[in-house]
Ligand binder design. Structure first.
Ligand SMILES: Nc1ncnc2c1ncn2[C@@H]1O[C@H](COP(=O)(O)OP(=O)(O)OP(=O)(O)O)[C@@H](O)[C@H]1O
Ligand SMILES: [Mg+2]
Length: 269
């Protein structure tokens, strides 16, 4: 259940989620059973609107499943956990606080003393390559740098689980690839469990130990693909035949799902 560092396993057992709205019930997740072993990096891929963010919200304790159970480290998740951190597409930083004080913020909430939280935040800023920007303000940073700050802030508490919802979705392709590589290097040091949502199949393969391919809404697990590429991941990974095979396998699963649903091929994921 526990893994390297503080890492903990995350389990979904027959999880269903239905949104009840004015226009009736919308099933978003259907009977999903899968687990992230402690310290593993798992990506979620699936058609737009299939239920990926919903699944992350369940894991983060923000949404209770309609039926089934989600467990972190063997304990039922019944609300937000202090050992879980989340990173979203837009870095929600506090604009009036310096970069260092943004990163240190979760430790301040926990009552950690000032000298200790500043030292820990400075260490995380070094890890994400922003040590020269501790005293800058969020408005003085690029989008990629702001997202690095939010990753540092998410890791400053040594979380058991890191949930990331398209964290690089707002970045240009070049920055995105670089940030992905940086994230794997940071994570290889921190070793928490990660559930990472992306629309980019190459990104999922490059970063993960395992990729879960989801069906159209309501999300079911179509397949789990083990990414048997050695770590640390090489810079030229996209050129390697095994990488391309794994990408093709994921595309194939999604294409079959589109065909089965009678929708045109290569629908956006
Ligand atoms: N609060 C809500 N009330 C009703 N329906 C909702 C609510 N939130 C999401 N949904 C519906 O549930 C489905 C899954 O939404 P979700 O945001 O989990 O999808 P997603 O896979 O993250 O999509 P995307 O890839 O576009 O981010 C969607 O069809 C959406 O319309
Ligand atoms: Mg989403």
């Amino acid at each position: 259940m526990s893994g390297p560092g503080n890492a903990q396993s995350l389990e979904f057992e027959d999880v269903c989620l239905e949104y009840a709205g004015r226009h009736g019930v919308t099933p978003a997740v259907s009977g999903l059973t899968a687990s992230v072993d402690a310290g593993r990096f798992v990506s979620l891929i699936g058609p737009s609107g299939c239920g990926k963010s919903t699944l992350l919200d369940i894991a983060g304790g923000l949404l209770p499943p309609t039926s089934g159970v989600c467990r972190l480290g063997g304990t039922d998740v019944t609300g937000p956990q202090s050992t879980t951190s989340m990173v979203f597409q837009e870095a929600a930083l506090l604009p009036w606080r310096s970069v260092l004080d943004n990163v240190a913020f979760p430790l301040e909430v926990k009552g950690v003393r000032a000298s200790e939280r500043r030292a820990r935040a400075a260490e995380l800023l070094r890890t994400v390559g922003l040590d020269g920007f501790a005293n800058a303000y969020p408005s003085e940073l690029s989008g990629g740098m702001r997202q690095r700050v939010s990753i540092a802030r998410a890791l400053v508490t040594d979380p058991a689980l890191l949930l990331m919802d398209e964290p690089f979705g707002a970045l240009d392709q070049q920055t995105r690839s670089m940030m992905g590589l940086e994230l794997t290097r940071t994570w290889e040091r921190v070793q928490c469990s990660v559930l990472f949502v992306t629309h980019d199949i190459g990104e999922a393969v490059a970063l993960s130990d395992e990729v879960w391919v989801l069906s159209r809404r309501p999300a079911r697990l179509l397949t789990r693909i083990e990414v048997d590429l050695p770590r640390p991941r090489a810079d030229d990974l996209p050129l390697q035949p095994r990488f391309q095979e794994l990408e093709a396998e994921i595309w194939g699963t999604l294409r079959e799902e589109s065909r089965a649903m009678g929708v045109p091929e290569r629908v956006g994921v």
